[in-house]
Every structure is written in structure tokens, then in C-alpha cells.
Design a protein around this ligand. Structure first.
Ligand SMILES: [Zn+2]
Length: 172
């Protein structure tokens, strides 16, 4: 019997083991070659995030991508994401009914950090967060700073903060 890749909506053979940790229990899931690469690549960037968070981030943000786009080189993942943010892709969110949602629960330190990293107020809603993200991508995009690593790392941090906020908005 063949194993199917456990990435959502993927039908390829799941030949590669991706380590996951849930409730302190170590386990793995089976992924195809394309998705194990993506999984391994994102793993470093998402240090400190749970596997669930990483997956939701990748999945939700991959929905902006055209299927022809690949993640061939090491930093392609982030550059595709940023370029999409700069292009008109945010129009997708016009139909997004989570736009005006605020976080309802009490903020933890990680939540607050995410707001601080993006230079936002704690009660800013999702539509403001999206706008801010787009502004920050414009400001720190490595292409605008001759590929500066400093700006790139800053923008990666911002992207992770944004993805964290995105996830807690979706919680309710
Ligand atoms: Zn797959």
C-alpha cells in the first residue's frame, strides 16, 4: 500500500518523514518530495513555533500563490510571499470575513511581542494588521536595500509576527 502525502490537497506519494511534536509526543508525518523540502526549509525560520502554527502559516499564505510558482531556492518561500504582498494579491482579503476581527481573549506575551514587532497597537484589528504588513514589506524588502541581510532578517521576523497574529485572529 502506498502512503499519500499528508499535506492538505496533495495526492503525491508520501515517502519522506517530517518530524512533528504535539503535546510533547514525538511523531512524524509522511510527505512527498516537494512538501518535505518546503517543510524542512521553513523549519529554521519558524523556530519556536509549534508545528500547527507553521502549517497554518504555510497553508494560508500559499493560497495566494499561483500553482506554477515553486520554492526552488532557499529563500524563495519568503520572497514569493513578500512579492505577493506587494502586488495586488491583498484584494483576496476583500472577501475575507475575518478582516475586522479583534483578538477576543487575553493577550499572552507572544501575542504582545507580535504586535510590538509590527509596531501596532494591541487592539488593532485584522484589516489594520494587513495594511501594516504590506507597508512593512515595502519598507524592508531586501530588493530595496541591495539584498541587505539585516533588512531581510528584520522582515522575516515581521512576517512571523504577522503570521502569528493571523493565526490568533482565526482562533475564534
Ligand atoms: Zn505533497
Amino acid at each position: 500500500m502506498k502512503n499519500i502525502c499528508e499535506w492538505s490537497n496533495c495526492k503525491e506519494d508520501g515517502k519522506f518523514k517530517a518530524p512533528i511534536e504535539r503535546d510533547n509526543i514525538r511523531n512524524f508525518k509522511l510527505l512527498c518530495k516537494t512538501h518535505i523540502k518546503l517543510f524542512n526549509k521553513s523549519w529554521n525560520y519558524f523556530n519556536g513555533m509549534s508545528q500547527y502554527e507553521i502549517e497554518s502559516f504555510i497553508k494560508s499564505d500559499l493560497t495566494w500563490h499561483r500553482p506554477t510558482q515553486t520554492f526552488g531556492s532557499s529563500d524563495n518561500f519568503f520572497s514569493i510571499l513578500w512579492n505577493n504582498a506587494l502586488s495586488d494579491k491583498f484584494k483576496i482579503f476583500e472577501n475575507d470575513n475575518t478582516r475586522h476581527i479583534n483578538i477576543s481573549r487575553k493577550l499572552c506575551e507572544k501575542d504582545k511581542d507580535a504586535f510590538r514587532i509590527m509596531d501596532l497597537r494591541f487592539n488593532d484589528d485584522w484589516s489594520i494588521i494587513q495594511k501594516k504588513f504590506k507597508t512593512l514589506v515595502k519598507k524592508f524588502h531586501p530588493d530595496k536595500h541591495s539584498g541587505s541581510k539585516k533588512h531581510e532578517n528584520k522582515l522575516k521576523k515581521i512576517t512571523l509576527a504577522y503570521s502569528h497574529l493571523k493565526m490568533i485572529m482565526m482562533e475564534k
